[in-house]
Each structure stands twice: as C-alpha cells, then as structure tokens.
Ligand binder design. Structure first.
Ligand code: TRP
Ligand code: SF4
Length: 327
C-alpha cells in the first residue's frame, strides 16, 4: 500500500556518508512506491545556529543540491524549505499546548546535545521544544512512515505520544500512527572512531574531492593492536573494515584475509578503501557539479515544492482548528 512518507534534515552544512547510509538512501528508494515529502528544516537549524544564522540560506541550497545529487527527484517527491510553509509553526503551537514539560525534559537527545555542544547556549525555550516542532512537521502531512537515522528514534516516539494525546483530547484517529523506517547498515563512525559528525571534523562528505578522500582515509584509526606490518590484524576491531562492509561488501573476504594473514599493511588497505570510496561517490560528485551550475533552478524547485506542501498543510490545519475549537 502506498504511504505518506515524511522526513527532514537540518541544513547545517555538507552532507556526509553517515547521512547517506543512515537515511538518505532509504529516501531515494521510497520515492518509487510512496508519496514522499522531504523538508529542509531551517527552523530546527536556527535553534542551534541562531548566533550565526546568515550561512543558513546558502546551506539550504547546498542541501537541496546534495539531495538531488543522491537521487531525490523533485518530479516524484515534494522537496521544500520548512519556513516556507508557516503552518508548521501553527501546528507546533497547538501541540505545544498539550505536551507536558516532563516529556521534553526527559528526552535523551536533548540531554545529550546540551552536554555535547557546550560551545552554544542551547538552554532556550525553542530548543526544549525541538521535538514538538518535529512532531508538527510529521503530523501536518499525516505521514505514516518516517525514514530516519537511529539517533532520531526518541523524537519519533515523542511524536507518536503527542499524536495520541491530540487524538484523545480532540478527535479519535485524527492523526495516523507513524512508524520509523531504519536502514540496514549499522552506523558508520567518523575517521577518528567517534560518531560521524560535522562538528567533530571527522566525516567523509558526499562532496569531498578525490584527494580529500585519500587524505581522510589515510588518517583513519586501525586496529590498535596491529603495530608492525607483520602483526596479524583484527578486522572486527578496525573501523576501516566496517567501511569496507558498508561500501564494498564484495571485498570484505579479501580484506579479512590480508588483515588476519598480515599479507598487506594498513596503509595499503586504506589506500584501496580510498579508491573504492572515490568510485562510490563519483556519480554523486558529477551530478552535484551539474546542479551547482544553476542555483536559480534549485530555488525554483524549492518554491514549487513549498506550494505543493502548503496545499496539504492548509487542509490539515483547517481540520485541526475544527477539531480543537469546533469552528
Ligand atoms: N531532527 C531531525 C535531524 O536532526 C530533522 C527533522 C526535523 C526531522 N523535522 C523532522 C526528521 C521530521 C524526521 C521528521 O535529523
Ligand atoms: Fe584495518 Fe585494513 Fe589494517 Fe586490517 S589491514 S587493521 S582492516 S586497516
């Protein structure tokens, strides 16, 4: 059965392999059979970037280009910028009224971010309400399925609780239940073995040049017990090997053999991986170069997308007002 699929990403800079493997490649596949709606969540980005908000407009266009370079097709899916559809904020208001503070305060992602990003003051009203706006994004389109990375599961769970509470208070079965769609690939770590993230500077970006990729691969941390070239390695303790598993599954047997048999050194192993990653990302890089030539066209696509999104959003908001106020 065809579903309504909704997802979004914050435009905070270049997309990396983690975005692609963790979510985006699912988005591309879902377009075939479902009505997909993909938002560039600039309000969510502003919640953490409000002190340096000017680059966001450039990141928005960059993100649209990255998405389309990966295969998001504006003829099949609705692609737009969250702040172009003000109904997101209207629904957020209604949902804010019925969301208990305690649900937000115990949100694990919230607590984690406050700890992990000490450079920014995230003790704000809006940031605590981050998942409420995210719930509004999803529910505005009555989405049934949300393809996201593992890290977003607590937010989706909150969205479902908020939807149930709305339905309980105002109208039975108004918002459908929405389910996460996760990818099969386990999460890839960054080149320094920490979580892959722009803020750690440890990511392989989808737009990286061949020489960027070679340099980053060379820096990757390998099995710490393999000190000499003649020491056998343990692939299961090596991040390089997990990259092979995700990006070049046809080579994993060979890599396992040369690692455990110490027939190739780590430098060579990483060089071979780099060449594979370069080939893997080449089609995206080429398409991106094409798309970058005409940014006005990208802006037009986003404007068209916003119109389509808005026509759905307005219908839902009319029904929401009816359900809440009875008029
Ligand atoms: N919070 C998500 C992220 O950081 C982005 C997002 C905003 C989102 N609204 C959404 C994801 C709605 C799924 C559905 O990646
Ligand atoms: Fe990792 Fe490859 Fe070195 Fe083995 S040979 S430890 S898989 S980099």
């Amino acid at each position: 059965m065809s579903k309504i699929v909704f997802s979004a990403m914050r435009p905070t800079g270049k997309l990396h392999l983690g975005h692609w493997l963790g979510a985006l490649h699912n988005w591309v596949n879902l377009q075939k059979d479902h009505q997909c709606i993909f938002a560039i969540a600039d309000w969510h980005a502003l919640m953490s970037e409000y002190e340096n908000s000017r680059p966001l407009s450039e990141y928005i266009v960059d993100m649209a280009i990255d998405w389309m370079a990966c295969g998001i097709d504006p003829d099949k899916s609705i692609l737009y910028v969250q702040s172009d559809v003000p109904e997101h904020l209207e629904l957020q208001m209604v949902l804010s009224c019925l969301t208990p503070l305690s649900w937000l305060e115990r949100n694990p992602t919230y607590k984690e971010q406050l700890k992990e990003i000490p450079s920014r003051n995230l003790q704000t009203h809006a940031f605590l309400g981050y998942p409420v706006l995210q719930a509004a994004d999803i529910l505005l389109y009555k989405a049934n399925a949300v393809p996201i990375g593992q890290d977003q599961l607590p937010h989706l769970e909150l969205c479902r609780e908020i939807a149930r509470r709305f339905n309980f208070l105002y109208k039975k079965e108004f918002f459908p239940d929405c389910q996460p769609i996760l990818t099969q690939t386990p999460r890839l770590l960054g080149i320094d073995n920490r979580k892959m993230s722009k803020s750690y500077g440890n990511a392989i970006n989808l737009s990286d040049s061949a020489s960027d990729i070679t340099q980053k691969a060379a820096k990757m941390i390998t099995d710490p017990q393999r000190i000499h070239r003649s020491d056998p390695g343990r692939p299961e303790h090596c991040n390089v090997y997990s990259y092979y598993q995700a990006l070049a599954p046809d080579l994993t047997k060979e890599v396992y053999a040369w690692c455990t048999g110490a027939t190739k050194g780590c430098t060579e192993c990483k060089k071979i991986l780099a060449d594979r990653m370069i080939d893997y990302l080449a089609p995206m890089r080429d398409k991106r170069a094409q798309l970058e030539k005409d940014k006005d066209r990208i802006r037009d696509i986003l404007r068209e997308g916003a119109k389509k999104a808005k026509s759905i959003a307005q219908k839902t908001m009319a029904q929401v007002r009816q359900a809440v106020f009875g008029s």
